[in-house]
Design a protein. Sequence first.
Length: 92
Amino acid sequence: MQKLKNNFPKVCIYWYDAHDALETGWHEFSEIEKKSRLAECVSIGWLFREDDKKYVLIADITEGEEGGRVTVIPKGWIKKIEWLVTSHSTVY
């Protein structure tokens, strides 16, 4: 296997997403209050692009110039970002 030819930083992004809290129908306000929350998500991958509105994360990269499992996360949904550093690796 060849070394990947990209300079994208590796990141772990903690973020919030919309959550379908209740099934269709009528619900008491107390039940809505208890279950109305955001989904808390964690995504790990290469930071492909960033602009003033979003981060574009790629989870899989080929030896060529292709990426897969692309996630676009609005900046306003970000809880925190950790920049990952690899100090060493072992190839099996």
